[in-house]
Each structure stands twice: as C-alpha cells, then as structure tokens.
Design a protein around this ligand. Sequence first.
Ligand code: SOE
Length: 402
Amino acid sequence: PNPHLEGVLAAVAYMSTELADKPVKVAVAGIGFIGQVHIESLRRLPGVEVVALCHSSQGSAEAKAKAWHVPRAYADFGAMLAEVKPDCVHIATPNSLHYAMVKAALQAGVHVVCEKPLALTVAEAQELLALAKEKKLVHAVHFNVRYYPLVREMKRLREKGDLGRIHSVLGTYLQDWLFYATDYNWRVEAAQTGDSKVVADIGSHLIDLIEYVSGLEVVEVMADFSTVHPVRKKPKKAVETYSGKLLAESDYDDVAVQVEDQANILLRFGNGARGSVSVSQVAAGRKNDVNVEFSGSKSSVAWDSTRPDELWVGLRDTANRVLLRDPSLVDIETRGIISYPGGHNEGFGDTSKQLYREIYAAVRQGAQPANPSYPTFAHGLRELLLCDKIVESNRKQAWVKV
Ligand code: SOE
C-alpha cells in the first residue's frame, strides 16, 4: 500500500471528474505575501472559488478584495465564517493569530488549511489536532516545499531502497530579506512570532522536508542561535513580509529583538544517522534557498530549490547523474504532482497548487481521509514540538531529547 499514491490519484481524479460539481467556497485570512500565494494557487484549481477574504482592518480588507477581485471583505474573522459559510478557510495571518482562528473555523465546521507554524505552543497545536479529528474535518498545514516534484522523487528513491541506509543529512535554508537592521516585519517581534523566528518560519519547512524525505525521526537536537541585529529599526507604518527592504531610511523606532536571525542545529535520528542544518534570514544574496543532501549506503541525492528541476544523484563506482524533472523519467507517484512536460519549468508557485489539489480532493469528499497524502495538523504539531526542543537546546546549550 502506498497512501501517498492513493492521495495523488484521488487528486488527479478530482481534477478530471469533479469539474461540473458545485464550486467549493473558500475564504482566505491574512493577505500578505503568502496569503496572496494562497489565493493565486487556489485560483488554479478548477471548481474552487475564493469568495471572501479577511485582513487586519475593514479598510485594508476592502482594498485587498478590490485588488484581488474577491467579492467579500472582512476584518472580523468570526463574522466572515458566520455570513459566508465557506467550505474551507486558509489561514495566512501572523503566527500569534493562528490558534484562535483555526479553533473558530473548526468549531464552525469549516475545513482548514493553516500556515506554519500551526500555533505558538505545543499545547495549542495538540488541542487543534484533537478538535479537527473530533469534528472529522480536513486539516492541513502549508508545508509546500514537499510539493516540488523532485523532492517527492527523493522520497520515492528512498522508499524504493535506492539510497540504502541513510547515514547523514545536510540541510540549509537561507534568506536575506531581514539582512539589514532596517529590514522589519512582525516576525521579529516575539509576541507575534513566538519564541523562535527563523527556526519556526523556515527551519520548520526544512526539518519537515528532512523527516518526510528520509522517513527518519529526529530524536535529539543540539542548537546554537544568534541574533545578528539585537536592535532593529521599526518603521512607523506597518510593512508586509519581504516589502520592508524596499522602504527608504525614514521614520524608524529602535526596538530590541529577542528572537534569532540565524541558527545552526545538529540532529540525531532514530536509526543512528546524523544531521546538520543551518537556517538564516541574514545571508546576503540568498533570497529563498533550500538545499538538502541525503547520504545513504547505496547513493546520495542532493536538491537545491533554486534549480528545482534538477536532482543530483551521487554514486561511488559509476558516474554521478542529474535527473531532470520530466514525467517520463520519474516514479509514478511523482508524476502525479507534475503538470507540465520536462523543460516547461515548474517552481515555487506550483508547489501550493499541487498541495491544494490533494487537499481539495479530500474537501470534496467532506472529511479527512485515513491516510492523507498531504501534511496535516499532526505534522504542524510535530514541527512545533521540534522547534520547542531546539529553542530549549539553544537556551541550555546542550543536547535535548525529543
Ligand atoms: C518568509 O520567510 C517566507 O514567506 C516563509 O514564511 C514562507 O514559508 C516561505 O515559503 C517563503 O518565505
């Protein structure tokens, strides 16, 4: 049995057979950088309509709704749920708002797709997972990096035994949009972001990816954080993710920063394998770069998100090779998340579309399947637990068991 393959095939069937059905109504909360990615990707699914959005004030919500041609705009999330009665809601607001919004949506009987991190604490995430299960609603977390086809292919190569026994994992996730002290965003404020910034924001993608591809569980962590800008310049007006770096040197307040700009983490896995990951939002020139390498007893694989259609396969006794993303060259499961023939590039914007295809196959069925192929609140909870242990390890400067 291959639960992923079942999910993928269900998504493909949904794309080809459900077009005539009543459209699925979706609402999106939080229309910053990533909320806009959600809207664009949803609009690439046949039979799915974005019928309402929610943003921080009525004025900003209406401006976003006008710009995005979304019929209804709200500042009050509860009112949106009650009046619009969406089938599914996507939550892309700052981290500190996720818990209350997810809870309200589940209590209203609405399926939920939430951004990572699912909540601010492990206890909150446990409660949300339990509630989603009790209500039998579809629950998913936007770990979209899993949906690059060659990431799926690495997982399939591992599952088919082509890598052998994995003994080492390396990973980096580097960005530079918070490089200067004048680069500002709600993510640098602990009250909005939680106890961790870079680990929760992008480390969560990387570690989710590592466990997903390797099939291994992290059992122990040793972390070392640093805050490169302990004082940042906060613009007097609000700025969205990524847009702060376009501001002029003008009206700023100095604010003290508690959360980390970069982190180095050693990992130990259940099978004895070792790993090392580095994450940073102050790495000049690295806009949004994920790199992973898995070394096994038969071969190695390495993938770089800036060249997403190429997978490096390392071999000891024959020439290394580069696998190109083409439906004819990959495993049948990987084929399910490729839309275009090789040479017709697919990238960041396609990952959410492929993820939503699998999620909306479940939304159409009206309940979470027994073995969802997509990342669920259980994975959101797992990343919060790991993040907690990583924060604890940095604080103690010691190995911490998960
Ligand atoms: C900001 O670092 C951010 O938008 C992340 O929150 C997303 O998860 C990532 O996809 C791009 O960068």
